[in-house]
Design a protein around this ligand. Structure first.
Ligand SMILES: Cc1cc2nc3c(=O)[nH]c(=O)nc-3n(C[C@H](O)[C@H](O)[C@H](O)COP(=O)(O)OP(=O)(O)OC[C@H]3O[C@@H](n4cnc5c(N)ncnc54)[C@H](O)[C@@H]3O)c2cc1C
Length: 432
């Protein structure tokens, strides 16, 4: 028998479990650990609540969690409750699938002013992440700025723009729905340091903006190169740029505006006691395609600023870390210690990009410890003994189902799905 510990129950963790299960069948026990009592990482706390079809990928992970050789062990933080050295003693291999939960900083003056928040916080707030329940983003002003030109920036802008009616069938949490419904925000400026050809926005996400009930995207045709230049773009990006160009033809007849401000580099955030404006420098592309300041500056009014410029992994004691992710060679960190997903590659790619990662690591492990080989390591038995001695109360997959069912039954028919937003709510459902 072999024992494997996967730290993190997001997509990367689940794809790795799926791959190990296929490789070993009954010859291995696979434990998926998570610091939260509930699984699925960014599928639960990141992916937008109005994108239910994407969140449905968790059904596939359910299947893995229900297989005989796989267990979910929640409410355990590795690096705090249990060390990496202890896990490596207990398990034949440890795979870190801890994602990249921290917002990258802009690194400009004024960034610490109240009213400037990171997208991880904002996204966590509307998705019921227990750490961001009390975020209370400032929505009483008319102008918001979202910094970044990727899909997360689009998620933030879209959520700020949607009507209550448009959230029907979503699983946005009640506190966010009420706050967004009462929001006074009318202009959302999306700042990108480079131009339309450099965006990291995908066609599906961009396309949605053209069909919103109360908001319309706004572009400046002068930011675009001649249309022939689009021919050299790869097909996905070309489609996105075509969609962007098409926004110019939309009637500007809705109360909310989403203004795409390209070639715009934030220099500093200003305001008396809280954010009031962002000072931006106009840029142009240099020979290498990087943004170069032109010296021309202007201000963009902002009562709320959301930065969506990337994420970094949380370091774990005794694991080599490069400031953004774990140091690894094709996923291998050290003997019997691996990384997958965002903890391995940094915060890029879609949910599906994490799948080959998981399969590759399972192959590496199976090559080093062929199915049928065994060791004396204790796996979950030893881990649970250790946790009990430290007063840590893990949750299992049945606990998660109970939490999930209670959440679903609490939601009113047709209304956004209600979620528990605090640890103590979860533990209450479990009678602890
Ligand atoms: C806002 C946002 C929206 C997105 N929307 C989409 C989308 O629409 N479509 C799409 O394809 N992709 C989307 N993505 C990308 C997708 O979510 C990621 O590719 C994917 O979640 C990365 O998987 P992961 O398993 O590496 O990390 P995560 O999903 O972050 O999972 C990491 C897990 O590790 C746990 N963990 C962390 N540290 C510890 C520790 N010390 N001990 C125990 N557990 C720990 C965390 O609690 C978490 O459950 C989005 C990403 C973001 C940020």
């Amino acid at each position: 028998m072999r024992h494997f510990a996967i730290v993190g129950s997001g997509p990367a963790g689940f794809y790795t479990a799926e791959a190990l299960e296929k490789a070993y069948g009954e010859a291995a026990r696979i434990d998926i650990l998570d610091r939260y009592p509930v699984p699925y990482g960014l599928i639960r706390f990141g992916v937008a609540p109005d994108h239910q079809s994407l969140k449905a990928v968790s059904k596939r992970y359910d299947k893995t969690a229900e297989s005989a050789g796989v267990d979910f062990i929640g409410n355990v933080t590795i690096g705090r409750d249990v060390s990496i050295a202890e896990l490596r003693d207990l398990y034949d291999a440890v795979i870190l699938a801890t994602g990249a939960p921290h917002d990258r900083k802009l690194g400009i003056p004024g960034e610490e002013l109240p009213g400037v928040i990171g997208s991880a916080e904002f996204v966590g707030w509307y998705n019921g992440h227990p750490e961001f329940t009390d975020l209370d983003p400032f929505l009483a002003g008319s102008h918001a700025v979202v910094v970044g030109n990727g899909n997360v920036a689009l998620d933030c802008a879209r959520i700020l723009s949607k009507t209550r009616h448009e959230f029907e069938g979503s699983d946005i949490v009640g506190h966010a729905l009420e706050a967004l419904d009462a929001s006074a925000t009318r202009t959302i400026t999306i700042l990108g340091r480079r131009g339309p050809h450099q965006i990291a926005m995908t066609p599906k996400e961009l396309g949605e903006l053209g069909h919103l009930e109360a908001a319309v995207p706004v572009i400046d045709g002068a930011d675009f190169p001649p249309v022939e230049a689009d021919e050299s773009l790869e097909p996905g990006l070309r489609k996105s740029v075509t969609l962007l160009r098409g926004f110019a033809d939309l009637p500007q007849d809705k109360p909310k505006r989403m203004v795409f401000d390209f070639f715009a580099k934030p220099l500093r955030v200003e305001g008396e006691g809280r954010v009031e404006r962002v000072i931006v420098e106009r840029t142009e592309l240099d020979e290498k395609g990087a943004a170069r300041g032109t010296g021309h500056t202007y201000e963009v009014p902002a009562s709320l600023v959301i930065t969506a410029i990337g994420y970094s992994t949380s370091p774990i004691p005794d694991v080599p870390f490069d400031g953004g992710k774990f140091v690894n060679d094709a996923g291998r960190i050290a003997d019997r210690l691996y990384a997958v997903g965002w903890a391995r590659r940094g915060p890029t790619g879609t949910i599906g990009t994490n799948r080959p990662d998981g399969y590759e690591i399972a192959e590496q492990i199976a090559a080093a410890m062929p199915a049928g080989s065994s060791s004396e390591r204790e796996g979950a038995t030893g881990l649970k003994r250790l946790l009990e001695s430290r007063g840590v109360m893990p949750t299992d997959y049945d606990d998660w189902r109970k939490i999930e069912e209670t959440e679903v039954s609490r939601a009113r028919p047709g209304s956004p799905r209600e979620k528990f937003v605090r640890h103590r709510d979860w533990l209450q459902v479990l009678g602890r």
